[in-house]
Design a protein around this ligand. Structure first.
Ligand code: DGJ
Length: 723
């Protein structure tokens, strides 16, 4: 619900359990008065007034009190160069050549529903009365630039989305910084949680105390990237999974981003999130406008676990789109780790036959089927079949796989081009490049300039040709390098800083066209494992390959980190031939995700085949619980290097599945696992031994696992049903 109190000049944005309050201050500055647990009233003016005590903070000469300064007030959307020396959310270079920017409140609109941000990906509503929207119109008087701040507030989910639109006045301007969200907290006793990583070790949790000055995370890679994810949380120092204030922020954006926190001398914290201003700029001619990506904010006073569950609910129902939002996804086996580039039709058909007998639904042919590709040195961009490898073409392969009763999926890397490809020889200027510099190469490939419509048309047509002619039911969309020497042959030099954002808009356009052309296909995003695992991509593919690291022990920290804001249904997770643990633990870890296989099924022993059949029946049994239940992280590998445990509880708390893993054996260690998320007043049957316990006992005393799992790599699942 959103209200405006005219007397107080205060906007109040309420979700079920949180309030966000904005005030219109003297001289029409917008102040960020409050964000936190729900409060009934709105008079927060006294708490927001901060008298300047820093050196030389400037004052607006028309303020009623000479000690007020925008340098210390909690600003709702702080601008560059007009008296607030902290990090700013907006900087616009005007026709005089300076970047002094100063926006003030003009008017507002409150309405039911939420506007579309297309062509950007965004959170959508299923019913228009699920949420309310506030649009605050502001203006920079000197330049005539109009800035609209958008806020959408969900009634049943404790989330708020924010974005910003800038419209040019009479004279052209250049946007130099535009952040999607800013919050000014009146405290700095927070830990900053972020997700760092690299290839094969993505999204590991990192937690640090905020300190005075600016700290933050960013990507300049052209994509969100392996190194940092566009997610951050602020939690109190003593916050836990189940207790304490937790503020989460996630960008629905797949390009260069920045999330920074600045703590000033007086102990306040400004948190901003949006497009990375480094190498960004956008020219607006008279009447043109620019829309920022969307930021999702979540607040709860029930700890980090509840923050994650709120993100998971929102993303499951209001971010993921299409047929596979709720429809059960096919269980697949992927050829990559089984064959790499070394396959032919007969080999793939032999995989399909064996997989079918095990209960798998779909065979996915990974990299290596096109051009003359037998390794990673060539053919990206030549999306026609390699007939030498696949005799009879894709048609014969798909028919043979389908006749076994298996579905068929295929791999693409649409935004890439190999120097050794027909596409490159025909269009050497189609790669991302800048004049007079030799482009760097990575994995033997360049990046295609998908900011260009002609390039996108070519790739779309090539893909359409193959996919429309065959019964293809799944596409893995890969992206195996980052962007350097960033530029487009078509962009005039005064617009060169627009390249990175235009590249992402081009990517979204291509994905939008393909997903609309093939609404029944399941798309899975991928980028050298999980190098583009972000909420923007989830608008086009309901699942993303989480990591090339399929070692179940390594996967634990990756999946724990990823789960900070992304639900289990989005995490591509496969059982592979990696022998670090037994088959059981590999399956138990992959169950916390989409579940599938990444191995040669013809090489499985009879015992392994029995284990696979058992895993597949469990996948079906627990599918709804894992995809739609609430996640409880019980023992996080960030805190414990020996053991790890998590669980899923159904929304009515009638069923739960918990999993515990011994990562490294502790000699004579007692292991009593306290469960979470159950109804303390309900009684539950432990399905493995038939014993009945109260939810209160299971959560407060726990389950003794000491003699159940002991050795490195052991794991156990505990399934409870309410009686
Ligand atoms: C990187 C992906 O993460 C892998 O799963 C596989 O598809 C390779 N690319 C193929 O080149």
């Amino acid at each position: 619900m959103i209200t405006y109190n005219e007397k107080l000049r205060v906007f109040k944005l309420d979700t079920k359990n949180s309030s966000y309050v904005i005030g219109v201050f003297e001289q029409n500055y917008l102040l960020n008065l409050y964000y936190g647990a729900k409060i009934p009233d709105a008079n927060l003016w006294k708490n927001a007034m901060r008298i300047k005590s820093a050196s030389f903070s400037p004052s607006n000469p028309h303020f009623p009190h000479e000690n007020y300064s925008v340098d210390v007030l909690p600003m709702e959307y702080p601008c560059n160069g007009s008296g607030d020396f902290r990090i700013s959310a907006l900087a616009i270079k005007n026709s005089d050549g300076n970047t002094v920017t100063d926006i003030r409140y003009i008017s507002h609109k409150i309405y039911k529903g939420k506007p579309s941000l297309a062509p950007l990906p965004y959170i959508y509503l299923n019913n228009y009365d699920e949420a309310d929207t506030l649009e605050i119109l502001t203006e920079d008087k000197v330049t005539g630039v109009k800035v609209t701040l958008f806020y959408t507030v969900f009634n049943e989910i404790d989330a708020i989305t924010k974005s910003v639109n800038v419209k040019c006045g009479e004279n052209a301007v250049d946007i130099e910084r535009i952040f999607s969200s800013c919050i000014d907290f009146p405290a700095m006793d927070f830990d900053f949680i972020t997700l760092y990583g690299r290839h094969a070790k993505e999204r590991c949790r990192e937690q640090r105390k905020l300190a005075h000055g600016i700290q933050g995370i960013a990507s300049k890679r052209g994509v969100s990237g392996h190194s940092q994810n566009p997610f951050a949380a602020l939690v109190r120092h003593d916050g836990t999974e189940e207790h304490g204030d937790a503020y989460g922020i996630n960008l629905i954006y797949s390009g260069n981003f920045e999330i920074s926190a600045e703590c000033d001398y007086s102990g306040t914290t400004r948190l901003i999130a949006g497009i990375n201003p480094t190498d960004f700029g956008w020219r607006l001619e008279s009447g043109e406008s620019f829309q920022s990506p969307e930021a999702v904010l979540v607040y709860t006073d029930k700890g980090i676990g509840e923050m994650s569950r709120i993100f998971h609910r929102l993303y499951t129902h209001n971010l993921i789109r299409g047929k596979y939002k709720y429809e059960k996804r096919p269980l697949l086996i992927n050829s990559w780790e089984a064959a790499y580039f070394n396959f032919d039709t007969d080999k793939l058909v032999s995989f399909a036959k064996e997989a079918k007998s095990l209960g798998i639904d779909m065979l996915v042919m990974d990299d290596g089927w096109f051009g003359k590709r037998n390794d990673d040195t060539n053919s990206l961009g030549d999306w026609f079949v390699n007939e030498e490898k696949l005799k009879g073409g894709i048609g014969e392969l798909v028919e043979r796989v389908n006749s076994i009763g298996m579905k068929f999926g295929i791999w693409y890397e649409p935004e890439m081009i190999s120097p050794d490809s027909e596409l490159f020889r025909a269009h050497p200027d189609w790669l991302v490049h800048v004049p007079n510099r030799e482009p760097s190469i990575a994995r033997n490939q360049y990046v295609l300039d998908v900011s260009r419509a002609d390039v996108r048309d070519n790739i779309f047509n090539q893909m359409y040709d193959v996919i429309s002619k065959h019964n293809i039911e799944y596409v893995k969309w890969d992206f195996n390098r980052n962007i350097s020497e960033a530029g487009s042959a078509l962009l005039p030099k005064e617009r060169s800083k627009e390249f990175f954002h235009r590249f992402i808009l081009g990517t979204y356009d291509l994905m939008d066209r393909l997903t609309k052309a093939f609404p029944d296909i399941l798309f899975e995003n991928c980028s050298g494992g999980g190098g583009r695992f972000d909420a923007g991509m989830l608008c086009y593919s309901p699942q993303i390959w989480t990591s090339d690291n399929t070692d179940p022990i390594e996967r634990l920290s990756i999946q724990f980190g990823t789960s900070m804001c992304y639900p289990a249904s989005t995490m591509g997770a496969h059982v592979s031939a990696c022998g670090r643990t037994g088959f059981g633990t590999r399956g138990n870890v992959a169950l916390w995700g989409t579940f599938g296989y990444e191995l040669d099924p013809t090489k499985l022993t009879e015992d392994e085949k029995i284990a696979v059949r058992e895993q597949i029946s469990e996948y079906h049994k627990y599918y709804d619980l894992i995809h739609y239940g609430g996640l409880y992280r019980l023992i996080d590998p960030y805190f414990d290097s020996f053991r790890c445990a998590w669980g899923f509880v159904s929304s009515d708390k009638s069923e739960a599945l918990f999993t515990a893993v011994i990562m490294r054996r502790i000699e004579s260690g007692l292991f009593i696992l306290k469960l979470a998320g159950l109804d303390k007043d309900k009684f539950y049957k432990n399905e493995s031994d038939g014993e009945i316990y109260s939810g209160a006992l299971l959560m407060n005393s726990g389950v003794n696992l000491t003699n159940i799992i002991r050795n490195d790599g052991d794991s156990v699942k505990l399934h409870f049903t309410a009686v």
